[in-house]
Design a protein around this ligand. Structure first.
Ligand code: SF4
Ligand code: SF4
Ligand code: FES
Length: 241
């Protein structure tokens, strides 16, 4: 943690893929977040700076970008915890097309959620008698462990398999699929298992846990993907898929 600077130097990516860094000098403010710092730059220095946010409290997942090379949610990241020798570098998330400055196009990310069948599918007909699911039910606990994702894209930006294989569904979409596979009230299996074992599916993951290291919610997509690999193997052996 650094607290001694009066001013800090911030290099911010400007433009699109062929853009460049632009340097700004900003006051160092105790307890300021990276998002606060960007608001200062936009309001007081350059109103054309583009960046994305909505909730400002760690719920919407829209403010993520690379801070000194690591994907982070910027509304919950204090400048003093990440500034290095009075310097900061802010770049858009990796593995997604840049729209402008710090804003990326999230469409490829959410398309992969669709490909992984990341949407809850209710029973085809109304269910007359609901079977209660207890909070300590083992399968429900697996669903709950993976359910709190805010779609920030930090894990996706950190994954080197996404970088080398654009078809790979990636940690967030597969984590979501795992949550739904363990939801006893969802009716999209075995179609979802087929979807997550496609060419860009769970088998591509090489389990280095970069996604886990970067998830601001402390979720564990690596564990979810390991669960998917096991479920796919089991369903294949049983002839279900
Ligand atoms: S564990 Fe798998 S999904 Fe996570 S970063 Fe590594 S390769 Fe990507
Ligand atoms: S799994 Fe974590 S890092 Fe990945 S999108 Fe969800 S909240 Fe963000
Ligand atoms: S602005 Fe919503 S999570 Fe940061």
């Amino acid at each position: 943690m650094e607290t001694k600077h009066e001013k800090i130097s911030v290099s911010i990516w400007r433009g699109q893929e062929d853009g460049a860094f632009e340097a700004f000098e900003v006051p160092f403010v105790e307890d300021q977040t990276i998002l606060d710092l960007l608001t200062h730059v936009q309001r007081s220095v350059d109103s054309s700076l583009s960046y994305r946010f909505a909730c400002r409290v760690g719920m919407c997942g829209s403010c993520a970008m690379q801070v000194n090379g690591k994907p982070r949610w910027t509304c919950r990241t204090l400048v003093r915890n990440v500034v290095q020798n009075g310097q900061l570098t802010l770049k858009p998330l990796a593995n997604l097309p840049i729209v402008k400055d710090l804003v990326v196009d999230m469409e490829p990310f959410f398309k992969k959620w669709q490909s992984a069948k990341g949407r809850f599918e209710p029973a085809p007909a109304p269910v007359e008698h609901f079977v209660p699911i207890k909070p300590d039910d083992k399968q429900r606990q697996k669903a709950d462990d993976a359910i709190e994702c805010i779609n920030c894209g930090c894990c996706y930006s950190a994954c080197d398999v996404v970088e080398s294989n654009p078809a790979y569904l990636g940690p967030a979409a597969l984590n979501r699929a795992w949550s739904l596979i363990n939801d006893a009230k969802d009716y999209a299996n075995p179609e979802r298992l087929i979807a997550v074992s496609s060419d860009g599916g769970c088998q591509n993951c090489h389990t280095n846990s970069q996604c886990v290291a970067r998830c601001p919610l402390g979720l564990n997509p690596t564990r979810s993907i390991a669960g998917l690999k096991k479920a796919v193997s089991l369903a294949t052996l049983k002839g279900e898929i």
